[in-house]
Design a protein around this ligand. Structure first.
Ligand code: FES
Length: 303
């Protein structure tokens, strides 16, 4: 049976001729048997938004556009603002790791934010979200899309840069270690006598909550899933196949919730920055519950 026999082709003005249905007879084609970019789906060539769908297909891209737009605006403002990113033992995640070289004239966040931003911008889920929400390309399945000239998937500049995702993932893993250090540090509160007391403040919870969600987002990454085992055809044929199968299975479970982790971690990272910022500005008071005098240090250096 021809594996492509169930495909239907765009019926609008942009209809493209279906390629020969014999992939084995067409050397040089990908395994789909379809030249890259030749099949654009049902919505291609139709008026923007034209569809036979009767459900509220526009609701999701609209919500995504509002959510990404608002959170993106806040994150951009917070990153360029360059003030009120520290309060005692709290450091805003937008500014971690904190580098403040004397020769750098603007916000220190700009020196490091390109890495987590690149990780999110090239994320497989976010690509789907912002291609739909902002590019309308397509706005949804089986809906007429913006007729972008020359778009051919992610094969050419600038979209070919999306393939850098796995390298941004390596950087994200390093940054995650630093963010966990920030969480540990947020439990140690400096005392007037020079010592430290272990406690839990509102900022501790905000940073802990945020870093947990960022960890879930990172460890549910499609590229990580591929790296730990998804690229293997046979686990018993490779070294450490058993542990890799377990790692792949665990990442696969998380991967099923990647979209949720993407959104919740985006909210939480903005919230953690906002909390530290409002404490630093004196707008809110950070309450602390001290755990025990057993952990206290007197005159020590602390964390
Ligand atoms: S696919 Fe979303 S973070 Fe890797």
């Amino acid at each position: 049976m021809n594996p492509h026999s169930d495909r239907s082709w765009a019926g609008g003005a942009g209809t493209l001729a279906a390629p020969s249905a014999s992939p084995g007879a067409l050397p040089g084609l990908p395994s789909t048997g379809v030249p890259a970019g030749s099949f654009r789906g049902r919505g291609f060539g139709e008026r923007l938004g034209a569809t036979e769908r009767e459900d509220a297909w526009w609701a999701q891209p609209l919500a995504q556009a509002i959510g990404l737009g608002l959170l993106g605006l806040y994150a951009t403002w917070a990153a360029f603002q360059g003030n009120h990113y520290e309060f005692g033992n709290y450091l805003s995640p937008f500014y971690s790791p904190l580098f403040k070289p004397s020769w750098w004239p603007i916000s220190p966040a700009i020196l490091i934010l390109w890495a987590p931003l690149g990780f999110r911008a090239t994320c497989y889920y976010y690509r789907k979200a912002y291609y739909r929400a902002f590019f309308g390309d397509p706005a949804a399945c089986a809906v007429g899309e913006i007729k972008s000239k020359g778009y051919c998937g992610e094969l050419k500049f600038p979209f070919v840069l999306q393939n850098l995702h796995r390298y941004f993932m390596y950087l994200a893993l390093v940054i995650l270690v630093i963010l966990w250090y920030d969480v540990i540090r947020s439990f140690a509160f400096a005392q007037p006598n020079g010592g430290f007391r272990i406690g839990i403040g509102g900022g501790t919870l905000a940073l802990l909550f945020n870093t947990t969600l960022l960890s879930l987002y990172t460890f549910s990454c499609h590229s990580l899933r591929h790296l730990v085992g998804g690229k293997l055809d046979c686990f018993s044929c490779v070294a450490a196949g058993g542990p890799r199968l377990k790692a792949w299975s665990a990442v696969s479970v998380l991967n099923g919730h990647h979209m949720g982790f993407a959104w919740w971690s985006l909210f939480s990272v903005c919230f953690a920055d906002l909390y530290v910022r409002l404490c630093s500005m004196g707008v809110i008071h950070d309450g602390v519950i001290y755990l025990s005098s057993l952990f206290d240090t007197a005159g020590g250096t602390g964390l």
